[in-house]
Design a binder for this molecule. Structure first.
Ligand code: ZN
Length: 157
């Protein structure tokens, strides 16, 4: 259930800060807030005229947020530590498949044709990958006798 609430909003604050800044409960024809049943903000809808004004400011931020996920060193180091202490009775499999878009690799560590980025790894056996094709989060949970695969589809906020 989505309720529509119109709220005046300091757009400049939003664009420069990314945190939402709700000013007042009055009618503002250019911005529509979409709240869920608990009152939590789920989306913001702009009028076409306002969108045309701010599009050039917003788009680079969206693109940066959605597309440019880079492999960071921290998770790779944590993965190496995980491998160092690997004591499960089965060999590690570097194969990753995205259940959402079908992207797949035999070995996510390979340089060429990299489809996935390791975003988190820990000694408890959890490896988290980001699918570069569609943004889905893929989790490989390593247990003593099996690996559990889970995923969360990327939803634009
Ligand atoms: Zn995918």
């Amino acid at each position: 259930m989505v309720y529509n609430v119109k709220i005046l909003f300091t757009l400049c604050k939003f664009l420069s800060n990314t945190s939402l800044f709700l000013m007042d409960w009055i009618m503002a024809d250019d911005i529509l807030y979409l709240l869920d049943g608990k009152g939590a903000l789920q989306g913001v809808q702009l009028s076409v005229s306002l969108w045309r004004e701010v599009e050039s400011l917003v788009k680079p931020k969206l693109k940066k947020k959605e597309m440019f996920v880079e492999q960071e060193e921290g998770p790779l180091r944590d993965f190496e530590t995980f491998m160092k202490y690997w004591d499960f009775p089965y060999p590690y499999s570097p194969q990753v498949t995205c259940p959402h878009c079908g992207a797949s690799t035999d070995d996510w560590r390979k340089e060429g044709g990299k489809n996935f980025i390791l975003t988190n790894a820990n000694l408890g056996g959890l490896l988290v990958f980001h699918c570069l094709a569609c943004g889905t989060t893929i989790r490989h949970k390593h247990f003593r006798d099996h690996v559990s695969h889970e995923h969360t589809v990327f939803v634009k906020k």
